[in-house]
Write a protein that binds this ligand. Structure first.
Ligand code: 8YV
Length: 322
């Protein structure tokens, strides 16, 4: 039969991805090449598949250097770093890793919400600094009686809502459209949701369409008891406006797992005592990263076996063409 398809890796990925790709395909690695530009010029015309993580931008210009490219397999459910419209125009399929990380990210979101409200990291730091024998840790805000608003009631948003039902809080949401089957109040505008909420959990896709949706106006609407939690993409939040609102007491606190320019975290957020900041760990468990790695590889294997992609993104639906 034919020789294995040639796959390109631009940056290092989860080991299970790299090992499986090296076994099942002919893998070319720009990350370890002494002269990446020369390697790209040499193998670019033969590359049929690309495996990428969130650190790698895949735009039309890169696609044009890979004229035989058929599939971009993205490690992550969010694929804002891949220009899926440019891929669609070129007949390239983009896949992501939905479902396998839903519960993990929802768990982390709830943990981050509780950590932010009850000031768990601050309490840990207080104990370690030896303050406890001198005075008890100051009383914290509470989840009790709160109204939680969710921006983006997709797979992860729903999983967060299901968990929060067990906490006895009111739940509402905003998104592009109401979800007919969801038992939560829909707000047609984000401002309306923020006004009606004391917690806003951001779990909507990144990219140009949602850039800086959370700005001064939304934070004002959330109010002085308001808490912002973001487990989606930093691009959805105007970080300068958020830092200003947190410093001024316009809102109460924020828990952030994601930032606009990772791994750079604005100093204005890091110096504040009412922020809990995580290094984008929502899906970062051994269990879930292994599942994501498996799905990246299975998309490529299925595609090159002629069976189509397993989890194509909305912009590049699989229509059965070969
Ligand atoms: C990963 C993520 O950290 O799935 C996503 O959208 O943000 C995370 O699961 C990231 O994609 C890893 O590259």
């Amino acid at each position: 039969s034919e020789s294995p398809a040639e796959i390109l890796l631009i940056r290092p990925m989860h080991n299970a991805v790299m090992e499986a790709l090296a076994r099942d395909f002919r893998l070319h690695r720009l990350d370890t090449a002494p002269d990446p530009e020369a390697l790209l010029a040499e193998v670019g015309p033969r590359i049929r598949g690309l495996a990428v993580g969130a650190q790698t931008r895949v735009d039309g210009a890169l696609m044009d250097r890979l004229p035989r490219l058929e599939i971009v397999a993205n490690f992550g459910v969010g694929y804002d770093t891949v220009d899926a419209r440019a891929a669609a125009q070129r007949g390239i399929v983009v896949t992501n890793t939905p479902d396998v990380l839903t519960d993990e990210v929802a768990d982390l979101a709830v943990g981050l919400l509780l950590a932010t409200l009850r000031r768990i990291p601050q309490a840990d730091r207080y104990l370690r600094a030896g303050h406890w024998p001198k005075a008890p840790f100051p009383l914290s805000p509470s989840l009790r009686g709160r109204r939680v608003g969710i921006l983006g009631l997709g797979r992860i948003g729903r999983a967060i809502a299901q968990r929060l039902e067990g906490f006895g809080v009111a739940i509402a949401y905003h998104g592009r459209r109401p979800q007919g089957d969801a038992p939560y109040a829909y707000h047609p505008t984000l401002i309306g949701l923020a006004e009606a909420s004391d917690v806003l959990i951001v779990v909507a896709p990144g990219g140009a369409d949602t850039a800086k949706l959370i700005g001064a106006e939304v934070l004002d609407a959330l109010g002085p008891e308001g808490v912002l939690v973001n487990v989606a993409r930093g691009s959805l939040v105007d970080e300068a406006a958020l830092a200003a609102a947190l410093a001024a007491g316009t809102i109460q606190a924020a828990g952030l797992d994601v930032f606009a320019d990772e791994p750079h975290v604005p100093e204005a957020l890091a110096v504040l005592d009412n922020t809990v900041l995580l290094p984008h760990v929502g899906s970062a468990s051994h269990h879930t990263r292994a599942e994501m790695a498996r799905l990246v590889v299975e998309n490529l294997v299925s595609w090159f076996a002629g069976r189509g992609p397993l989890t194509p993104v909305a912009e590049t639906p699989w229509t059965g063409r070969a």
